[in-house]
Design a protein around this ligand. Structure first.
Ligand code: UQ1
Length: 399
C-alpha cells in the first residue's frame, strides 16, 4: 500500500512505522520446514522492500489516538496523520501454552513450529532425527494466519517419512482446537479425505494447553477433560491474536481486531482509517492472497475518501490457500465470504496437482517480491475474469 500511495501521492507523503529490520516472505516457511527452500531465501532486508519515496520510521507504535489522528511510538514520538492504514498482522502467544517456549528453545526437544523464523528449521531436523513413534501436529483454538499451514506440515511430514522408510513405524496425529478442519466445507471434505488416505489420525475440539518437555507429553483439553499424549516429535501452531497495542486501542472490537466494514474495509467509526490483512476483523481467512485482493479495495476506497467521492470498491472476502500436500503436489483452495469455491483457473483445483505446486513454490515468491511489494499485484481477479471469458467456464461458487 505504501508503494501504491507513494506512486500516486508523491515522495514524502507516506510514512511507514515498522520496527523490524528484516522482512520475511512467510508463505515460504512451510517449504522450509520440509527442506524444499532455505530460510535465507525467505528474507530480505526491510530497507530493500520498502518504497524509497516513503519515510520509514523504524520504531514501534505503542498507542493509537484516532480521535486526534495521531499515534505514539516506543521512542516517544508523536506522529500525526490525515489517513491511516492499519496492517499490524497478528502476534504469536506462545506463553498461553505452558512449557511451549522452553520446548521450542530446547534444540533436542523434538518440538518445532513453521510459524517462526526462529523455529522453522527445527521441523526438518526433527523429521531427520525421528526414528519411530508419535508425530503430533496441533492447531490452536484461536483464529490463525494461514489456516492451512498446520495441515501442510502433517502432509509434508507424512511424505518425508515415507520417502525415508520410516512411515510404517510412525503414528501421525493431528489435533485441532477448532470444530472443523477447514473453513470452507467444500475443501474441508477433500482435505479430510487426503489426510485420512495418508493414515493421519484426526481430532477436533482438542486444544494443546501444555508441553511437558521432560516427559515428552503434550497435554490437551477438550471441554472439561484433559488428556496427555506422548510425542517423539511435535509441530505446534501457537495461539495467535491481535498485537496488544492495538487490542487496547479505540480501533477494535471486543476480540481486539480492528472494526472495519467487511465490504469497504473502512473503519466503522473513523472514516480516515482503514485496516487490512490479519489485524482486521474481516470474517475471512487470514492469508497473503486475501491481502492481495484487499489492496485494490483499500487503494481505491481510501483514494475516494481523500477526494470526497463515494467508495467504489466492495471486497467479496476472497482468500486462498495453496495446500501443499507433500514434495510435489498442491491443492489450490480459493473461496470468498460465502465459503464456496471461487477459483481462478479453468480446472478442478480441489485435486492435488503438480502445476499448483510449481505455482506455490516458484511463481508465488517472484510474484510477491517483484509485483506485490511494488504495488502491482491485486490478487488473481483479473486472471479469473479472463479465464472465465469466452466460454472456458467452470461453474463458480459451486454448491
Ligand atoms: C496470491 O495472490 C498470494 O498473494 C501474493 C498468495 O500468497 C503467497 C498465494 O498463495 C496465492 C495463491 C495468491 C492467489 C494467486 C493466484 C495466481 C491464484
Amino acid at each position: 500500500m505504501a508503494a501504491k500511495f507513494t506512486s500516486s501521492l508523491g515522495k514524502g507523503q507516506v510514512t511507514i512505522v515498522e520496527p523490524t529490520d528484516t522482512h520475511y516472505y512467510q508463505p515460504m516457511f512451510t517449504l522450509i520446514g520440509g527442506g524444499m527452500k532455505t530460510l535465507s531465501q525467505s528474507r530480505r532486508p526491510m530497507k530493500q522492500v520498502l518504497p524509497s519515496g516513503a519515510e520509514w520510521v523504524k520504531d514501534k507504535i505503542v498507542s493509537f489516538d484516532p480521535d486526534n489522528n495521531r499515534v505514539r511510538t516506543q521512542e516517544g514520538k508523536q506522529i500525526e496523520y490525515e489517513y491511516m492504514i492499519v496492517a499490524s498482522g497478528v502476534q504469536m502467544y506462545y506463553e498461553r501454552v505452558k512449557g511451549l517456549l522452553e520446548a521450542l528453545d530446547d534444540p533436542d526437544s523434538g518440538v518445532s513450529t513453521n510459524y517462526s523464523p526462529h523455529y522453522v528449521e527445527k521441523t526438518l531436523k526433527n523429521l531427520q532425527r525421528f526414528q519411530q513413534g508419535n508425530a503430533l501436529y496441533t492447531f490452536p483454538n484461536t483464529p490463525i494466519k494461514c489456516g492451512g499451514a498446520p495441515m501442510k506440515a502433517v502432509l509434508i511430514g507424512d511424505e518425508y517419512l515415507r520417502k525415508h522408510g520410516k512411515r510404517d513405524v510412525a503414528k501421525l496425529t493431528y489435533c485441532t482446537g477448532m470444530g472443523a478442519f477447514f473453513p470452507s466445507p467444500f475443501y474441508a471434505e477433500k482435505i479430510q479425505n487426503i489426510l485420512l488416505g495418508r493414515g493421519v489420525e484426526l481430532h477436533k475440539n482438542k486444544t494443546l494447553v501444555e508441553v511437558d518437555r521432560a516427559g515428552k507429553e503434550a497435554v490437551f483439553q477438550s471441554g472439561d477433560t484433559t488428556e496427555r499424549i506422548r510425542y517423539d516429535i511435535m509441530h505446534v501452531t501457537p495461539p495467535m491474536g491481535p498485537v496488544p497495542e492495538l487490542a487496547t486501542s479505540p480501533l477494535v472490537d471486543q476480540t481486539g481486531y480492528v472494526t472495519v466494514d467487511k465490504a469497504t474495509l473502512q473503519h466503522v467509526k473513523y472514516s480516515n482509517v482503514f485496516a487490512m490483512g490479519d489485524c482486521s476483523n474481516l470474517p475471512t481467512s487470514k492469508t497473503a492472497a486475501a491481502v492481495a485482493a484487499q489492496c485494490k479495495i483499500v487503494y481505491d476506497n481510501l483514494g475516494a475518501v481523500m477526494t470526497h467521492k463515494a467508495l467504489p470498491q466492495l471486497y467479496n472476502g476472497y482468500t486462498s490457500c495453496p495446500l501443499v500436500t507433500g514434495y510435489s503436489k498442491c491443492l489450490l483452495a480459493e473461496f470468498d465470504y460465502t465459503l464456496k469455491p471461487l477459483e481462478t483457473f479453468p480446472l478442478d483445483q480441489s485435486k492435488e496437482r503438480s502445476i499448483m505446486f510449481q505455482l506455490k513454490k516458484e511463481i508465488m515468491p517472484l510474484l510477491y517480491w517483484q509485483l506485490m511489494l511494488r504495488g502491482y499485484w491485486n490478487g488473481p481477479g483479473v486472471f479469473r475474469n479472463m479465464f472465465h471469458l469466452g466460454g472456458i467456464m467452470k461453474q463458480q461458487n459451486r454448491e
